[in-house]
Design a protein around this ligand. Structure first.
Ligand SMILES: [Fe+2]
Ligand SMILES: [Fe+2]
Length: 467
């Protein structure tokens, strides 16, 4: 019989699930016995044990994309962890039950089984069997009743932030291709992409944010759409938007430039500033976008509003002219900030590249006019002074990539060294994460400090390799 959990137990059970998803992801990234993994399984074991002390056992069930804790359907988590739920379905896992008395080695065995490829699992008689053979008596796997849908699995099987990112770009390409020939945009597909990005963002936050430094000359709109979506999800989260609102915001951000499918490609990739006539054509994309989206059954109304308003300023500058309201919608204002930053830091052929901190500084100057000041403040916090993916020169003579923000001290992020003090390029795969808050032995000074942000292109650093 499914049991009923009180609100504290339910909250704890959600944390356990979140830790499980995060640990699974880390298991794919790190070698066995890596401290990150040991630490993760220790934490998961601790949370799980205190829950099992009260409940005796707990079951996480997954049916048709939905997650249940005991009999409670978790709508928000079903979207957030869509990728993980799909992966479980692909491995014929309908439910995972944990029993009191579970130890850390059993958790490690579960993670190992979850990360084993399908063929090997099949050879071993399935995941439940593999787990049994590895000696995990306190984990019970029930098989999925629902039939697996191979195509869907292919779309959502995700291993790491990079894969989530790449599949989002491919999916956006498909969506835009369909829109171009007048075919419908699948709302479900959009929700899946946003769900996958949200899950990756919350479990693998910095890696995904770091990937937004990926830009492309030829396929600007696809990468730009995914980058804007990730920035909006992160920004929306900082603005404390609830998960269901975040999903709507993410979808709107992903589709904000869909009207560009009706702008001739030579205009979107033109290597010079647009002529006034060309700019008039370009200015139609918000209207065209809203029109395209209005034809899509099931599309949330706000996607159209955002597509229509994303080039309108906080002070109603920009285009098209809004005549019936004092401000664009909150979601339009969020997308406008993320969109402007993303476009500003993109390598547009005629603009040359701009460094993230320069773009941010210019935007801060426009705060309260072009940009909503509250959103700008949250955005600066989201990106921090040295946005993840920036390249910085250190007083040690080394050059480093900003890997992770340090919320306790924004001027001292976590970094990875790209070029050593002798000018030698280091292997990104080997680069350790260094704390800029680290002090010298006598604690009088910092080991390293940032002198300034520099342009990675000049130095031939491929920032993406560091994430
Ligand atoms: Fe746009
Ligand atoms: Fe845009």
């Amino acid at each position: 019989m499914p049991k009923t959990l009180n609100s504290t137990q339910l909250a704890d059970a959600k944390i356990v699930f979140e830790q499980m998803v995060a640990l699974k992801r880390k298991t794919l990234l790190y070698p066995a016995q890596h401290p990150e993994l040991l630490d993760g399984s220790k934490r998961l074991h601790r949370s799980l044990s205190s829950l099992l002390d009260q409940l005796g056992d707990i079951t996480y069930a997954m049916h048709d994309d939905d997650l249940f804790i005991e009999s409670e359907l978790l709508i928000r988590e079903s979207v957030t962890y869509a990728g993980f739920i799909k992966e479980c379905a692909a491995m014929d896992i309908g439910a995972i039950t944990f029993l009191k008395g579970i130890d850390e080695t059993e958790i490690e065995a579960l993670m190992d089984a979850l990360c084993t490829d399908r063929q090997t699992l099949e050879n071993e008689g399935g995941l439940a069997n593999r787990l049994k053979n590895r000696g995990a008596p306190n984990i019970v796997i029930s098989s999925a009743a629902a039939e697996a849908d191979d195509i869907e699995h292919e779309e959502t099987e995700t291993k790491a932030a990079k894969e989530v990112y790449n599949s989002a770009v491919t999916a956006v390409k498909d969506i835009m291709k369909s829109a171009k020939i007048g075919q419908g945009v699948s709302v479900q597909k959009v929700e899946k992409i946003v769900g996958g990005l949200t899950e990756a963002l919350f479990t693998d936050h910095l890696n995904l944010l770091g990937l937004t430094v990926i830009k492309s000359y030829d396929e600007t709109t696809f990468y730009h759409s995914v980058n804007t979506c990730i920035l909006c999800l992160s920004l929306g989260n900082n603005l404390s938007l609830e998960h269901d609102k975040l999903a709507i915001l993410g979808a709107a951000a992903l589709l904000h430039d869909i009207g560009k499918v009706n702008v001739p490609k030579d205009l979107t990739t033109k290597p010079m500033p647009l002529t006034p006539e060309e700019f008039e054509v370009m200015k139609r994309h918000p209207i065209e976008g809203a029109e395209i989206l209005s034809q899509m059954p099931g599309m949330h109304k706000l996607s159209m509003v955002v597509a229509y308003e994303h080039h309108v300023g906080y002070d109603l500058s920009g285009y098209p002219k809004l005549t019936n309201k004092e401000r664009p919608h909150l979601f339009s204002r969020i997308v406008q900030v993320a969109d402007s930053y993303e476009a500003g830091t993109s390598m547009r052929p005629f603009k040359g590249s701009k460094l993230p901190d320069q773009v941010l500084a210019e935007m801060i100057r426009q705060s309260g006019r072009t940009f909503d000041p509250v959103i700008m403040k949250a955005f600066v916090q989201t990106l921090s002074i040295y946005p993840v993916g920036s390249v910085v020169l250190l007083d040690s003579g080394e050059i480093a990539v900003v890997y992770e923000t340090n919320t306790a001290d924004l001027a001292r992020p976590r970094i990875k060294i790209a070029i050593d003090e002798n000018g030698k390029h280091l292997d990104p795969a080997e680069a350790a994460i260094l704390e800029m808050s680290e002090r010298t032995e006598n604690a009088e000074a910092f080991v390293r400090s940032i002198i300034r942000v520099i342009d990675p292109w000049e130095l031939g650093i491929d920032v993406v390799q560091f994430f």
